[in-house]
Write a new protein. Structure first.
Length: 384
């Protein structure tokens, strides 16, 4: 849980500093967007190979090696002197980020199964809490006028030793090979058995991305609130998403992951309909809160379901899930933006509704095997 929290803190300190980097480079939004493409490009390069790497070295070992590099990589954008150098620095961040992300999810799944109780939703809840802490701290450093390089020197000075302490504190267990487990492929692509849970996660993350990217513009341009008031909508979305995750493990153990996933997807559908048709700030905020609660458990339950699929190592399945679900964040901006260009932002946000319906129909794919240690295989165990 500490690793999830720290991962979010390190990452979200960056977002409030993007305007300062833009001012330092002296470029417009178009040129800046080219530099910012480094992160998704790096992610797409690294994700297909992350599963095999984690399977070979173990998730704990990868966290111990990659997390400090991840913290240090954020030092680079602050020293960028041009758009290409910004792209290159963010490319390295984009390559490190999914490796740590997949590793910590695989490790959480292993501990969850070994311990016999669910912790994945709670771990993601700590990530949501860390994202709020990181956003506030990043804005605070910016308000104090601290330069981006010096800001991230402080973050790295804290993040590197803490990440090592947390990684070393993770329990060491023997690596168990499943009897039906095939050798991991070089490139992690989803199998037919994984497609359902991948599409479920894709639809929910499409909504999450649209709420994060467009809620501020919607509240200002459609509802007509002041720029300062737009933070209320984002805060409601983030708060209810974190709250849903902290309750998710208990609800999943009591009612089962399928019922929880489908109920939350229906709540998400209700929230987006309310948001797209809202005529006032309170109604729009209520819609965003419902959408945040609706998407809250999607990623944790999808990760647990993918990790539990037989036939391939958990790390490969989680990497394949991440590759497809990450597409939701890539598809969302042009989808919502294109529809909004011709029909307005109400219709742009409503364009996510078919994806939500698909997630409702496919919620049954988050079902997984029983929590607990995997039965030992006749193959010899390898020390972690």
């Amino acid at each position: 849980m500490g690793i999830f929290f720290l991962h979010a803190v390190v990452m979200t300190n960056w977002y409030p500093r993007i305007p300062d980097v833009q001012a330092h480079l002296g470029v417009g939004p178009g040129d800046l967007s080219l530099g910012l493409l480094g992160t998704p490009v790096g992610t797409l390069i690294a994700l297909p190979f992350a599963g095999r790497l984690i399977h070979r070295l173990s998730a704990r070992s990868v966290i111990r090696a990659a997390f400090p590099f991840y913290c240090l990589a954020f030092l680079l954008p602050g020293w960028a002197w041009s758009v290409p150098s910004l792209f290159a620095s963010l490319l390295l961040i984009g390559m490190a980020q999914p490796v740590v992300d997949v590793a910590m999810n695989v490790e959480a799944d292993r501990i969850e199964r070994d311990g016999g109780r669910r912790i994945m939703n709670t771990c993601h809840g700590f990530w949501s809490a860390g994202s709020m802490v990181g956003g506030v701290s990043g804005a605070t450093f910016a308000g104090w006028g601290v330069g981006v390089p010096w800001h991230y020197m402080v973050i790295a000075a804290i993040g590197v030793p803490v990440s090592l302490l947390l990684a070393n504190a993770l329990p060491v267990t023997a690596r168990v090979h499943r009897p039906d487990e095939m050798p991991p492929p070089w490139i992690a692509l989803p199998t037919k058995a994984l497609l359902g849970v991948c599409i479920f996660a894709f639809g929910m993350l499409l909504v999450e991305g649209s709420a994060l990217d467009w809620s501020g513009s919607f509240l200002q341009k459609v509802i007509g609130v002041s720029p300062a008031a737009t933070g209320i909508g984002f805060g409601a979305f983030a708060l209810f998403m974190a709250g849903g995750r902290f309750m998710g493990d208990r609800m999943s153990e009591r009612y089962g992951p399928v019922l929880v996933a489908r109920t939350c997807a229906v709540i998400c559908l209700f929230g987006m309909i309310v948001l797209a048709t809202a005529g006032s700030l309170p109604i729009a905020v209520a819609g965003l809160a419902a959408a945040g609660l609706g998407v809250s458990v999607a990623a944790p339950l999808a990760v647990s379901a993918a990790a539990g699929r037989r036939g391939r190592p958990a790390a490969v399945n989680v990497a394949a899930l991440s590759l497809i679900s990450f597409g939701g964040f890539l598809v969302e901006p042009p989808l919502v933006g294109f529809v909004a260009e011709y029909g307005g932002l109400r219709w742009g946000l409503a364009a996510t509704i078919p994806a939500i319906i698909a997630s409702i129909l496919l919620a049954g794919h988050v079902r997984r095997g029983p929590v607990g240690p995997v039965p030992p295989s006749p193959l010899p165990n390898l020390a972690a």
